[in-house]
Design a protein around this ligand. Structure first.
Ligand SMILES: *[C@@H]1O[C@H](CO)[C@@H](O)[C@H](O)[C@H]1NC(C)=O
Length: 309
């Protein structure tokens, strides 16, 4: 190659490097400056089916009893823990500021009796059925699909969560470590109405964000952590850029999602599967044949990872 052409190439490359935001693209090949995707298949989650008396519930109905007709499981609760929780002590403790993600299925007329919390931002996303909340701040309400309930446990809150309906209730409960301790307890919710339904449809609905950043999101928490919700129709693809220095925890709540992280890497995630994502990553989520519902928590990058299988 002639010297003039080499020089021209060098100048061109120099310009390219200058116009690209730092850390946002990998010119030196995969693995060098790219982010990473670590799938967390549901088999790696801990499944908890505690006895009814633990939260003040009546016995489980025997199969065949009228009461069991609308039950989808034999036990009042089936919970999938993504992190160490209750009797699960040997799991990962957290992923960045995400301390708890429990995927709970509560059968009709069962629930969690009054119990206390401290210093934690608690976010609950209702997937199916109706969640009835009561707490020591006087708050009381029932929320349906697509709703988010949020609580700052702060100096202490006592609450109960029940399924008072005839159908099973499924919700995803997440705990975020707050920036400050000892804040006054607060309670709030975002209704799962037609507006929020439209906002999450085939896009990334920014539902939760940092109270210090003054964004437009309906739910504000005391931490540099965002939650996005996306409900995808089959075959619809939505891009999402995860910056360098940031990480995400993605949960496939319903259906099947195909995740592309740039290049030829494709990941298929089914209901209950999760993924640890480290930026920089250009993600594209595509709804599978029955579509998908996904939650994405985005936060500051840490070393946390559950490692290889
Ligand atoms: C089951 O659900 C249906 C529809 O909500 C309701 O009409 C029926 O009463 C329920 N059965 C029981 C035993 O709760």
């Amino acid at each position: 190659m002639a010297f003039a052409q080499l020089l021209a190439n060098a100048v061109l490359l120099g310009c390219l490097v200058l116009v690209l935001p730092k850390g946002s693209i990998c010119l030196s090949g995969p693995g060098q400056c790219a982010g990473s995707v670590n799938l967390v298949p549901q088999q790696r989650l801990f499944t908890s089916e505690p006895p009814p008396e633990l939260f003040g519930n009546p016995e489980n109905p025997s199969p065949g009893m009228r009461e069991s007709h609308n039950w989808s499981q034999k036990n009042w609760l089936k919970s999938r823990f993504h992190f160490s929780f209750a009797e699960y002590g040997h799991g990962p403790n957290n992923f960045g500021v995400l301390r708890v993600m429990n995927d709970d299925l509560v059968q009709p007329l069962r629930g969690f009796g009054p119990h206390p919390h401290r210093d934690m931002a608690i976010l609950t996303f209702v997937v199916d059925g109706f969640l009835t909340h009561k707490d020591s701040t006087g708050a009381e309400e029932t929320l349906g699909r697509g709703s988010i309930q949020f609580m700052t446990a702060g100096t202490g809150v006592v609450h109960s969560e029940h399924n008072l309906d005839e159908q099973p209730l499924r919700f995803i409960q997440c705990w975020i470590l707050p920036r400050v301790r000892g804040a006054p307890p607060t309670y709030g919710s975002m209704p799962g109405d037609a507006t929020s339904g439209r906002q999450r449809l085939n896009g990334w609905f920014h539902a939760v964000g940092d109270d210090l950043k003054g964004g437009e999101y309906p739910v504000k928490i005391n931490q540099d952590c965002n939650m996005y919700i996306s409900e995808l129709t089959p075959g619809t693809a939505v891009p999402r850029y995860l910056n360098a220095g940031r990480q995400g925890y993605l949960l496939c709540v319903e259906g099947e999602v195909h995740l592309n992280a740039g290049g030829s890497d494709n990941y298929v995630m089914q209901r209950h599967d999760a993924a640890e994502l480290k930026g920089p990553l250009l993600l594209e989520a595509t709804g599978g044949t029955d579509g998908a519902l996904v939650l994405l928590f985005e936060m500051e990058l840490t070393e946390d990872s559950r490692g290889e299988l």
